[in-house]
Design a protein around this ligand. Structure first.
Ligand SMILES: [Mg+2]
Length: 277
């Protein structure tokens, strides 16, 4: 049975524009052994092609098919919720591209959905316009709700801040599609054709990658090369299956032969709990 990986990028493969030590070797080991993997990112600005080019610049050669963004997940989700709908977008290329590819028309009046992604190019006037649309009945969707870094010099006015502004102004809560939402976590696994128990997620963030993995019953690996630090773990009621400093520390043979997911182990101990994949 195939085992494979969902791999977060920022904080696992690269930090900003720098390759994280050994990440290229890890990916080429997966490729040499034909182990299925999918890069999973909540960043909705880039298209898969943009991501492929960025990774290539860091010495990692992959196909567009290896990339799954919250923008793709959002397009997929909306196309099923309301086929051939309309959207007003506060976001950039990756999101706009995905909505078009999933049969959506972008409009500036009476949209079915206001869709918020990462972006630096929309204005407060556009946000105001979006607020009026929601008050008129448009539904509010966020590609993700990644928290702002709260570190000087970063993009602190990130997606969660913008969504918070709209939620306050409308009294409406956004539905978020990206990690840790089961929407994105599940579609990613299906795209790889893996069973739940054979899926591992590798990420640097407890609140998105690890939480999302645990909720889905995947095996989870936290890398300390990004957002979450070892000292943060004590404030969480859940924990990853494995912690590594960088992704190339992972012993692939040991991991692939290791026990299946947390939920599966629990099921083995308790005959009343049967976990279906
Ligand atoms: Mg990350």
């Amino acid at each position: 049975m195939n085992k494979g990986f969902l791999i977060d990028m920022d904080g696992v493969i690269y930090g900003g524009n720098h390759l994280i030590s050994g990440a290229d070797k890890f990916i080429s080991a997966l490729q040499k052994r034909n182990i299925p993997f999918l890069f999973l990112t909540n960043n909705s600005q880039r298209t898969p092609r943009d991501v492929v080019i960025k990774l290539s610049g860091l010495g990692i050669e992959v196909e567009e098919d290896n990339v799954f963004t919250s923008a793709i997940a959002t397009g997929w989700f909306l196309a099923r919720l309301k086929p051939e709908g309309t959207a007003y977008v506060l976001g950039e290329g990756g999101l706009i591209n995905s909505l078009h590819e999933h049969g959506y028309a972008l409009v500036t009046q009476n949209p079915d959905f206001v869709v918020v992604g990462e972006g630096r190019n929309f204005t407060l006037e556009m946000v105001n316009h979006a607020v009026d649309m929601i008050l008129d009945g448009a539904k509010l969707i966020a590609t993700n709700l990644d928290p702002s870094p709260k570190t000087k010099g970063w993009t602190n006015l990130g997606i969660k801040s913008v969504v918070a502004m709209i939620e306050e102004a409308t009294g409406v809560k956004a539905f978020s599609v990206g990690k840790p939402s089961p929407v994105m976590m599940r579609v990613a696994r299906k795209k790889l054709g893996l069973e739940t128990v054979n899926t591992t997620i590798i990420g640097d963030t407890m609140d998105t990658d690890i939480l999302g993995g645990i909720q889905m019953g995947y095996r989870t690996i936290l890398t300390l090369s990004g957002v979450s630090k070892r000292s943060d773990l004590k404030s969480y009621a859940f924990a990853p299956d494995l912690i590594v400093n960088t992704v190339d520390e992972l012993d692939l043979d040991e991991w692939l032969e290791g026990p299946s997911s947390f939920l599966q182990e629990q099921a083995g101990r308790n005959s009343k709990l049967v976990v279906q994949n």
